[in-house]
Design a protein around this ligand. Sequence first.
Ligand SMILES: [Zn+2]
Length: 253
Amino acid sequence: MEERNYRLQAVILHNRDFKENDKLVSFFSSERGKETALAKGARKPNSSLRGIVQPFCEVEIDFAKGRGSLDIITQGQMRNAYLHLHNDLDKIAYASYIAELTDLALPEKKAAPTVFYLLLATLAMIDLSDQLFLAARFFELRLLTALGIFPLLNCCSGCGHSISGSSFYLSPYRGGLLCSSCSVEQPRISAGTVRLMQYLATADLKKVLNLKINDQMGQEMEKALEIYLNYYLEKVSQAKRFINQLEKGSLNY
Ligand SMILES: [Zn+2]
């Protein structure tokens, strides 16, 4: 028999107002994956749940089984509020993006501990460093690995030739690169950008934080990954669109 009360360590993905005083809270836990619960009275100014249900906080939440499909959040404790993140519009935009990607990429109630710890590591990176662009690409690439859809980057998916020559197309349809003999599709990425993507997907986090990316490689990687993710998620990220607007004319890596 299922427990009537239980506790989870979770990251809040987003919340929305519900009825007069309540909030519907979408969160992600290592044990149960992504789901939604009801925080009764959380819109009231003096509610103890107000702080706990804020997006991008790492919390420990107590639940009671609800009568319907929604369980009830009864209380919670803050484990990490990521305070720098919540005081900076750019950081909020990037955290919104990785929370939205998590939400779009994963099915309800399916445990994905690798993604949970990736989410925590990336939130910490956004909170404590100014490497926001790098944090987003780090998350995207490792999410692709966790989902089992990381592109084949060692050779051309068309002719099988090893990665040499100057430019490639990252084909979501083929799940890998196509060399200039196999495809003329745009946008193109250089061999250097391909190596950078491999490095970001696998290198130790400390090394990643010290990485300096040149603008051209950064832009190639960002565009290629955006197309790749849009194809698999079948949806364009609203938060990514917002970041693109924030950075329009003032790209700052
Ligand atoms: Zn080829």
